[in-house]
Design a protein around this ligand. Structure first.
Ligand SMILES: Nc1ncnc2c1ncn2[C@@H]1O[C@H](COP(=O)(O)OP(=O)(O)OP(=O)(O)O)[C@@H](O)[C@H]1O
Ligand SMILES: [Mg+2]
Length: 415
C-alpha cells in the first residue's frame, strides 16, 4: 500500500477535486495536510482518506510541511509521495521532501520550474530558444538593460503568478513608472527584464514518467494573458484544437522535449514524473520560443478542456500519475474551448449581466458549462473575470465559432 500526502491547503472546490482523485485510487493510503481543520474535509471524501490529517498554520512554509510529514510517517508509516496542485506549494513541497527524504522533486529542480531567471538560464544553456532576459536590482539597471536590449520589454517578478506584476515597457517613461505599478527592483527582490516576444501564445501540457514523455496536448490563448490584462474589456479565451498533432503545436514538440530534458536533467525518476504546463510563443519571425514552465496542473480551465476533449477526467489521471507513476493516454475526440467572461466599465462590482440567453442559444449544443458572473460580484483582478463558459465541438472551427458567439453576446457591466 503506497502512502501519499496531499497538501490542500484549504478545502476549496478545485482542491477537493484533486483530493477526490486521490481518494478514489485503490491501493493508496491518503493523508492530508491543510490549514483548514479536519472538520472542513468534505464528508463524502472522509471515509476514503485512510491516512491521517495534520493541520499546519502556514502550508507555504516548507519546514511546517516537513514536520507534518514526519509526524504522519511516524504514526502511519513511510510516505512515498507528498504533493499539491498549487504553484505556490511547489517550493515548500520540495523543501519538505528534502527535510524528510520523501522521493520526488528537490529544491534545485523545483526552482527551475518556479524561478523564471533560473528556468531561462537552464533552457538557454541547453540551446532552447527563450527571450533574452536579465535580472535588475534597481530602476537604473532596468534603464541600462533597456538601452542594451531595446524596447518593447517585459518586466516581471521572477516568481510571478497570474501575470500579476507583469508589465510591458515601451519607453524610458514606462521604466521610470515601474515603482508606481508596484514593481520596485532591489537586491532582495530583483525584477526580471525580458525582451518582448511579438507573436502568438500557446501552451504545451506534457506528462512525463521518469523523464520520458508519455503524452502531450496543447492550447492557444486568445489573446495573450498580458493583452487580456492590459485591456480589461477583452474576453480571454483558451482553445484546445481537435487535431492532436496539428500546426503549430506539433512543430513545438521537439522544443518541448529539449526543454523538459534540460529542466529534469540530474533529477530522480520520481522527480521527473510530472504533468508540466509550458507557455510558448510562435514569434512573428517564425521562431518557437519557450515562455515559462510549471511542474503542476495548469489553470485557466486547461484541465477540464483536456478532460472533455479526451473523454477522461484529467484530474483523476494526474492523481494516478503522481501516486503510481502510471498514465494511460486517451485519443482526442473533441475540440474544446473556454471563454472567460469579464466585465466592462469602471466600477468595482458587477451591476448588470446581459445577453445570456442569446449566448446560450448561439452556442447551442456546443455549450457544456456556463458559470455566469452574478450581479453584485466584486470585480475580479485577473484575466479570468467573474465567470466562464466551456464549449466542445467536433471541429476546431466549431469551437472557435461557439466561443465567438458567446463573447460577442454576453455583456457584463461594472458600476
Ligand atoms: N518575454 C515576453 N514577451 C512577450 N510577452 C510576454 C513575455 N513574458 C511574459 N509575457 C506575457 O505576460 C504573461 C505573463 O507572463 P508569465 O507567464 O511569465 O507570468 P506569470 O505571472 O507566471 O503568469 P501566469 O500565471 O498568468 O502564467 C505571459 O503569458 C505573456 O502573455
Ligand atoms: Mg505564465
Amino acid at each position: 500500500m503506497r502512502h501519499l500526502v496531499f497538501v490542500a491547503p484549504k478545502f476549496l472546490e478545485n482542491t477537493n477535486r484533486y483530493l477526490a482523485g486521490f481518494a478514489r485510487l485503490e491501493g493508496l493510503r491518503v493523508s492530508v495536510i491543510s490549514e483548514d481543520p479536519s472538520a472542513a474535509i468534505p464528508g463524502a471524501l472522509k471515509p476514503h482518506l485512510t491516512g491521517g490529517h495534520y493541520q499546519v498554520k502556514n502550508p507555504l512554509d516548507g519546514m511546517q510541511l516537513g514536520e507534518a510529514c514526519r509526524s504522519l510517517a511516524k504514526h502511519l508509516g513511510p510516505i512515498d509521495r507528498v504533493t499539491g496542485a498549487l504553484e505556490q506549494l511547489q517550493l515548500p513541497l520540495a523543501q519538505a521532501r528534502e527535510f524528510t527524504g520523501i522521493p520526488g522533486m528537490r529544491l534545485a529542480h523545483a526552482r527551475r520550474f518556479r524561478d523564471k531567471d533560473e528556468m531561462k538560464r537552464v533552457l538557454r544553456e541547453a540551446g532552447v530558444p527563450v527571450a533574452k532576459s536579465e535580472l535588475a536590482t534597481s530602476i537604473d539597471e532596468v534603464a541600462a538593460l533597456a538601452r542594451r536590449l531595446g524596447f518593447p520589454l517585459i518586466a516581471k517578478p521572477p516568481a510571478g503568478l497570474g501575470s500579476r506584476g507583469t508589465f510591458r515597457l515601451e519607453s524610458m517613461d514606462d521604466v521610470e513608472s515601474l515603482p508606481r505599478l508596484g514593481l520596485v527592483p532591489s537586491p532582495q527582490s530583483p525584477v526580471q527584464v525580458e525582451q518582448f516576444v511579438r507573436g502568438k501564445e500557446f501552451t504545451c501540457e506534457t506528462v512525463s514518467i521518469a523523464g520520458k514523455t508519455a503524452w502531450r496536448s496543447g492550447t492557444r490563448y486568445f489573446p495573450s494573458p498580458l493583452e487580456a490584462l492590459e485591456n480589461p474589456w477583452m474576453q480571454y479565451c483558451v482553445l484546445l484544437p481537435r487535431e492532436e498533432n496539428g500546426d503549430p503545436w506539433a512543430r513545438f514538440h521537439p522544443v518541448n522535449e529539449a526543454a523538459l530534458q534540460a529542466l529534469f536533467a540530474g533529477s530522480s525518476a520520481e522527480a521527473s514524473t510530472a504533468l508540466t504546463h509550458m507557455e510558448w510563443f510562435l514569434a512573428d519571425d517564425g521562431q518557437l520560443v519557450v515562455g515559462e514552465v510549471g511542474a503542476r496542473p495548469p489553470g485557466v480551465n486547461i484541465m477540464p478542456l483536456n478532460s472533455l476533449a479526451h473523454e477522461t477526467n484529467l484530474i483523476d489521471d494526474w492523481c494516478e500519475l503522481i501516486a503510481f507513476d502510471r498514465f494511460t493516454p486517451k485519443p482526442r475526440k473533441w475540440a474544446t474551448g473556454a471563454a472567460f467572461l469579464r466585465g466592462q466599465g469602471r466600477g468595482e462590482r458587477v451591476v448588470a449581466v446581459e445577453g445570456l440567453e442569446a449566448a446560450v442559444e448561439a452556442a447551442g449544443e456546443a455549450l457544456v458549462e456556463m458559470r455566469m458572473p452574478k450581479v453584485g460580484m466584486a470585480r475580479g483582478s485577473g484575466y479570468e473575470g467573474e465567470g466562464h463558459a466551456i464549449v466542445k465541438a467536433a471541429t476546431t472551427e466549431g469551437v472557435k465559432q461557439a466561443l465567438l458567439g458567446i463573447i460577442q453576446r454576453v455583456q457584463v457591466r461594472y458600476g
